[in-house]
Design a protein around this ligand. Structure first.
Ligand code: HSE
Length: 294
């Protein structure tokens, strides 16, 4: 095989109390084609400033070969369709890294397991909470022990619908991490850890009352919300519309709503727009495939 096309889903991370751990994949995709060539790397369909060896899709590709001690071949990468918004807390970096690693692994006749792909990708980015759902699909929980990421999958009840409110500005993860404290009160750690264990079962059962109570956070949202102009209004609108739960997606600025109401996306879009916020509103069904050669 000298050419393949990979599709990788958008992902949320930090779901409620699951800071740096719980993520979920959505049916919103980046699609990239990789073609082996003699040497070097070249790109089509990619902004000039990203068309170089620092491109995350290339790094993911390269690092699979390096991990296996195989000489890295030349590669032409075509960005066919990029639907995951950049720097919005929907896993755009993870989607590119995983695309490159998945393509390289396909060229190498799937020598690596998904767990090994996760390890290679995590050495690049260090955020298994986005990488894991991008690779496996669905709802996952992960942590890194030493250099090795570990991940498990959970099911999520089909009545639950995610709606992302995507602001019209970027927020770099680095900036969003810089406002986090180095220590947190013991009570806040207990608040999150106790809710997380309950939330995962409540998501599986579709238990709206328990999701509403347990999908909450004291580790990052209180510190990051002030970075997001419109967060307070978006949260109020979501509550007025009876959403089951509201949280930051990843490091933000995207806000994520859980609902069982088919009209929720339409209604919150109207509220945001009449409040002067030209945010994108995306209904995001859960992706269960993860990264895939198509
Ligand atoms: N969990 C990370 C953070 C984002 O909140 O900083 C994951 O990409």
């Amino acid at each position: 095989m000298v050419k393949c096309t990979v599709r990788v889903p958008a992902t949320t991370a930090n779901l409620g109390p699951g800071f740096d751990s719980v993520g979920c994949a959505f049916t919103l995709y980046n699609t990239l084609t990789f073609e082996i060539k003699d040497k070097g790397v070249s790109f089509s369909g990619c902004e000039e400033k990203y068309a170089n060896e620092q491109n995350l899709a290339y790094i993911g590709f390269r690092d699979v070969y390096t991990y296996l001690n195989i000489e890295v071949p030349g590669c032409h990468i075509t960005f066919d369709s990029i639907c995951v918004p950049l720097s919005r807390g929907l896993g755009s970096s993870a989607a590119l890294i995983v695309a490159g690693a998945t393509a390289a692994n396909a060229f190498l006749k799937n020598k690596l397991t998904k767990q090994e792909i996760l390890t290679v990708c995590n050495n690049i980015e260090g955020h298994p909470d986005n990488l894991s759902p991008a690779i496996y699909g669905g709802l996952t929980a992960s942590f890194t022990n030493g250099d090795t990421p570990y991940s498990v999958s959970y099911s999520i009840h089909p009545s639950l619908k995610f709606v992302a409110l995507v602001p019209d500005f970027e927020l770099l993860t680095k900036t969003a991490r810089s406002v986090l404290p180095s220590e947190i009160p013991f009570g806040d750690a207990v608040f999150n850890s106790s809710r997380l264990a309950v939330l995962l079962k409540a998501l599986e059962n579709g238990d709206k009352k328990l999701i509403n109570l347990s999908l909450d956070d004291r580790l990052h949202q209180p510190y990051r919300r002030d970075l997001i102009k419109g967060y307070d209004e978006a949260e109020s609108f979501a509550k007025e519309l009876d959403c089951i739960a509201f949280c930051l997606s990843g490091a933000g600025p995207t806000c994520l709503c859980l609902t069982d109401n088919d009209n929720f996306a339409h209604k919150i879009k109207e509220k945001l727009h009449s409040g002067g916020y030209s945010w994108q509103v995306l209904s995001l069904p859960v992706d269960t495939d993860g990264a895939k050669i198509i």
